[in-house]
Design a protein around this ligand. Structure first.
Ligand code: FE2
Length: 529
């Protein structure tokens, strides 16, 4: 141990040093003045100090106080020939570990040292435990932060995955409000689109609104709305009334409110209007969505007072959601308009084709109608029915490439002419094949003239090798052809056409499709009766 002794009695000082050195303590330094001891403490570390109460340059208690200021863990033993009660109490209050009254024996000194070292070791242990606790607390804090970051990343990933998997606008708007609600823990969330031509805002998707809630649209002031929802990343905290056009009360009476609260005439409308006004005044966070420089709409997160804290700290997540959703809206609009345009063009081509022949007019529309009914009867899934609805109309698109004189020939076709007509499924498929349509879409067009017994065209497929939707269209097509008038023959009576289909079950047509066809006919005839 390194021991510091401040004692102006040099003889006593030397005796103490000799004794302590004999005990094996490493360095024992004796100073007659307090000032020298303070300097020595600055230069070296000591494990214990002995201070005489009466020093020539300062009071021993004052020196104790100054030593403790420099090292509060240093154990100090006070020594005095004439200790007073007052100086003893002062010294103990300032942290003295023990008091030796002169004259004392060397055994007293050794016992005092032993006590002091035990105390110091306890103190050091205590300090080290405290430091360890602090380090652990810090670690827990870092862990909490890390956990928070991981949860945030997981949420971002979830948002990303949900939005990426969406394939239709309706699903997208429903998902935006669901995701916003789950991210912010707010229970009432709506997605609104701005209709600049009508100067109205329409809620197209909402969560947490009861039937008597917000009307679907309300009028807005364009200037105020666009000023309020400036471009930028910060959400606006404002009630919807901040940009509602004046006269909204009157307007509300003629809008959603009367639809949603019709119970008691007159009275319900008044209630409806006041409920609308309350909703418009509700605290709300508005997250604008801008697409190509134009305000497309905004997300409204209605925060009840209980939700306010819950909504805090989720800005980055909602911001990410809105950025991702804006891109999805833009892509979807682009995609939907491309597809819509494409189908529109093809449909107008089919219409133009059918318009040339007064006998076949609207054939494709009727074929689609029957095909969808047969498919529903067979419990075909929704996606395939959607395919039938769009592509059924185009099943004969390949006839665009056929000469008019063959298509509109008022008499039966020659063998050569029939060979030309038989090319229309393949031509039809080639018209649509570069447009990214799937196998099922292409199959309807290519295979609607295949026969169950394998004697059809163009590929001579048979049985279930013929794709299901093509087998369905084949029955619908044949039925409409038989029941429509042609230039070279009258239409067949319905009963005759039905029996033709029945007789060709398992030959020209899939027996299951024929069964569905007969069930549909049966339902129709019951309805007529
Ligand atoms: Fe055809």
């Amino acid at each position: 141990m390194n021991i510091l002794i401040i004692e102006d009695d040099t003889l006593l000082g030397d005796v103490l040093r000799d004794y302590l050195e004999q005990l094996g303590h490493e360095e024992v330094r004796v100073f007659p003045k307090g000032a020298d001891a303070l300097l020595a403490l600055d230069a070296h570390g000591f494990d214990c100090a002995f201070i005489d109460l009466n020093l020539p340059d300062m009071d021993g208690v004052e020196l104790l106080e100054r030593l403790k200021q420099k090292d509060r863990t240093l154990p100090v033993i006070m020594m005095s020939g004439y200790p007073t009660m007052e100086s003893t109490i002062r010294a103990m209050r300032l942290g003295a570990s023990d008091f030796l009254t002169k004259p004392f024996t060397m055994r007293d000194l050794a016992l005092a040292l032993e006590r002091v070292f035990k105390e110091r070791n306890l103190l050091l242990e205590n300090l080290s435990l405290k430091l360890e606790c602090q380090a652990q607390e810090q670690l827990r804090h870092v862990n909490r932060q890390l956990q928070q970051r991981i949860e945030e990343k997981e949420k971002l990933f979830h948002v990303s995955r949900v939005i990426d998997e969406i394939r239709s606008s309706d699903d997208l708007y429903a998902s935006i409000v669901e995701l916003a609600s789950s991210l912010t823990l707010c229970r009432r969330v709506g997605f609104f689109v701005y209709l600049p031509d009508l100067k109205r805002v329409a809620m197209i998707s909402g969560l947490g609104f009861d039937n008597g809630g917000l009307p679907r649209t309300f009028p807005v002031d364009h200037e105020i709305l666009t000023r309020c929802l400036q471009k930028g990343r910060t959400p606006v905290r404002a009630p919807l009334s901040a940009f509602a056009a004046t006269g909204i009360n009157e307007d509300a009476q003629g809008l959603g409110v009367s639809e949603t609260a019709p119970a008691a005439p007159g009275e319900s409308r008044v209630k409806g209007v006041s409920s609308l006004c309350r909703l418009l005044e509700e605290p709300c966070s508005l997250w604008p969505m801008w697409i190509r420089g134009e305000l497309f709409g905004f997300l409204g997160i209605f925060q009840a007072p209980a939700d306010e804290r819950a909504g805090e700290g989720h800005s980055a997540l909602v911001d990410f959601l809105m950025t991702k959703a804006a891109l999805a809206v833009e892509n979807m609009a682009l995609y939907e308009s491309l597809i819509t345009n494409f189908y529109g063009i093809l449909r107008s081509l089919v219409s133009a084709l059918e318009a040339k022949d007064p006998y076949t007019g609207k054939h494709s529309e009727r074929v689609t109608h029957w095909a969808v009914r047969l498919a529903r009867e067979m419990a075909v899934n929704g996606t395939q029915i959607d395919i039938l609805k769009t592509v059924g109309y185009l099943h004969d698109i390949g006839k665009i490439g056929m000469p008019d004189e063959i298509l509109n020939k008022p008499s039966s076709l020659t063998a050569d002419e029939y060979e030309i007509v038989k090319r229309h499924p393949v031509i039809g498929e080639s018209i649509i094949k570069d447009l990214g349509l799937g196998f099922e879409e292409r199959a309807i067009i290519r295979h609607h003239h295949e026969r169950w017994d394998g004697r059809g065209y163009p590929d001579g497929l048979s049985g279930e090798d013929i794709p299901l939707l093509a087998r369905i269209v084949a029955v619908a097509d044949a039925f409409d052809a038989m029941t429509s008038r042609r230039a070279y023959r009258d239409s067949l009576p319905l009963e005759k056409a039905v029996s033709e289909i029945r007789e060709n079950s398992g030959k020209q047509f899939d027996p299951h499709v024929v069964q569905a066809f007969l069930a549909v006919m049966e339902k129709d005839s019951k309805w007529k009766r």
